[in-house]
Design a protein around this ligand. Structure first.
Ligand code: F6P
Length: 547
């Protein structure tokens, strides 16, 4: 069944939410905590190794009830069913959206046009397993018969951000192979990477679903040229493999057909790290850990599919996001992991979320009259505390934030971990309570600061508080918990797209810039400029004159 097409802002429940917002917008969270000692228990969810506390939000039970009604009214249940059963919910590309099938167990049946796709998924998984084992063990060698020491993933967008984020996040579990990521069309990025590499011991993986992406093809060609300064044409097949759904093009590039790992059109680029796109992950941490990552994601899929909405983590977090985006007018959402391992989570989620939900046409083709995709950003704590937290605490903007922390550290240094986690808890508590002016004054006077100086400085030392956060507290960063965490955000994005009545799985908005870049490239190489606005023409002329 296709997703229903209905404007959420025309529903009665949306109007009820607007009225409710008028009552809630200035409500004090600190007072709500004071009046209800069980607030944290009421507004938190425990699932496997996760504790999700969403009590530090400007919500009460009525808010949640109304948001849950909105989800019902927008037919979320039916949408989830269509998502997991392979309906063509990516209508504008006429495709199913089945990244969840990539992590399903072998005995599950997921059909597209009456054909079960699980056996072919397991064939590819098997190929990944065998290949990873051969490379890691040193059985597979380069053209001078040496073992591989370095792997380079050449891809961009979903063919880069997902594997890069996971390889970084799971470095505690990694083996001896060094994994590099080349994405940018910027040749300097390519050369800075090649500078560190020995062609005889490096394996390159060109990852491109379409095998037509300018950046990936140009970078692969440049790298092949570099390789051919040492190896011969027939050695290329030993050092280059590909992940793609365009087998023909990969073969034309010189890849051995046996070393092409297929991808399918029912996996969107930004949700593809679970497919052969994750080959670099499997090479970095071994196939078993890659499989654990998939299993963790599958557990979250099951939770999302089968749990009532009021206890469903992706649904609840998605609804809270809608509450701030559509009623409070919050423009952004911050992701603050308290672990350096997750330093690439925010950039990864930027593509996952913003390429999915950065849309302004409803599924009915009409321009929406409400806000859709939020701006995602963030950096790990405690670094970010010393960078942009000032604006969180005292700025004029409302920035809902997810704080993600782990009970156990991986290397087990308690001194560091307790300090890290004290910061984690302290920040969301400070954001909640703030600090009132009379308390600031009292403290200053008690510290012997003059009344005059206290009068002058107290307003600047005051914190309003009442700033919302979700806390996601996880036992330990493992392949399984990481898989669950990433799947949680994937489903959150899905829920929001369903409610906003948009198509989350296409990305037409990236096309125009690509087209213009192609014609501008022709103009600057031939020196014949076409018609442009005066700013673009002026800039192009300056660039060409000074080159
Ligand atoms: O620029 C948009 C995009 O199509 C992304 O959606 C995708 O992840 C990326 O380019 C890379 O595409 P491909 O894997 O086909 O090279």
């Amino acid at each position: 069944m296709a997703l229903q097409k209905a404007n959420p802002s025309q529903t009665q429940v949306w109007k009820n939410l607007q009225q409710h917002f008028a009552e809630m917008q200035n409500v004090s969270m600190a007072e709500m905590f004071q009046n209800d000692t069980e607030r944290a228990e009421k507004f938190s969810l425990e699932w496997k190794d996760f504790l999700v506390d969403y009590s530090k939000n400007r919500i009460n039970q009525e808010t949640i009830n109304l948001l849950l009604s909105l989800a019902e009214e927008m037919h979320l249940k039916e949408a989830i069913n269509s998502y997991f059963t392979g309906e063509n919910i990516n209508e504008t590309e006429d495709r199913a959206v089945l990244h969840s099938a990539l992590r399903a167990p072998q005995n599950e049946v997921v059909e597209i046009n009456g054909k079960n796709i699980i056996p072919s998924i397991f064939e590819v998984k098997n190929k990944i397993e065998v290949f990873s084992h051969e490379v890691i063990s040193g059985q597979r060698k380069g053209y001078t018969n040496q073992k591989f020491t370095d792997i380079v993933n050449i891809g961009i967008g979903g063919s880069d951000l997902g594997p890069d984020m996971i390889v970084e996040a799971l470095q505690f579990y990694k083996n001896h192979l060094n994994i590099h990521f080349v994405s940018n069309i910027d040749g300097d990025h390519v050369y800075e990477t090649l500078k560190k590499l020995n062609p005889e011991t490096t394996l390159f993986i060109t990852v491109s679903k379409t095998f037509t992406t300018q950046e990936t093809l140009t970078n692969s060609e440049t790298i092949k040229e570099w390789f051919l300064k040492s190896g011969s044409q027939q050695d290329v097949a030993k050092h280059f493999v590909a992940v793609t759904s365009n087998i023909e093009k990969a073969e034309q590039f010189g890849i051995n057909p046996e070393d092409i790992f297929p991808m399918y059109d029912w996996v969107g680029g930004r949700f593809s790290l679970w497919s052969a796109v994750g080959l670099s992950i499997s090479l970095s941490v071994g196939y078993d850990n890659f499989d654990k990552l998939l299993r963790g994601a599958n557990q979250m899929d099951e939770h999302f599919k089968t749990t009532n909405f009021d206890e469903n983590i992706p649904v609840v977090l998605a609804l809270i996001g809608i509450w701030y985006n559509n009623f409070f007018g919050a423009e952004t959402e911050a992701i603050i992991p308290y672990t350096q391992y997750l330093q690439k989570l925010a950039p990864y989620l930027q593509q996952a979320s913003m390429e999915s939900n950065g849309k302004s046409k409803g599924r009915d083709g009409k321009k929406v009259d409400y806000q859709t995709g939020t701006i995602i950003w963030g950096e790990p704590g405690s670094n970010s505390q010393h960078a942009f937290f000032q604006l969180f605490h005292q700025g004029t903007k409302l920035i809902p934030a997810d704080f993600i922390g782990f009970i156990e550290s991986l290397h087990g240094n308690e001194n560091h971990h307790l300090k890290l986690m004290s910061n984690f808890f302290a920040q969301s508590e400070a954001l909640l309570h703030g600090k009132l002016e009379n308390q600031v004054r009292r403290e200053m006077l008690d510290n012997g600061i003059s009344a005059e100086k206290t009068d002058l400085c107290a307003p600047f030392r005051t914190f309003e508080g009442n700033r919302p956060t979700n806390t996601i507290l996880i036992q330990k960063l493992t392949p399984e918990t990481l898989g669950s965490l990433v799947a949680l955000y994937e489903h959150k994005i899905f829920v929001q797209g369903v409610i906003w009545n948009i198509f989350s799985f296409d990305q037409w908005g990236v096309e125009l810039g690509k087209e213009l870049a192609t014609s501008i490239l022709a103009e600057i190489t031939t020196g014949e400029l076409q018609n442009h606005d005066s700013s673009t023409a002026f800039l192009l002329k300056h660039f060409m004159d000074k080159k």
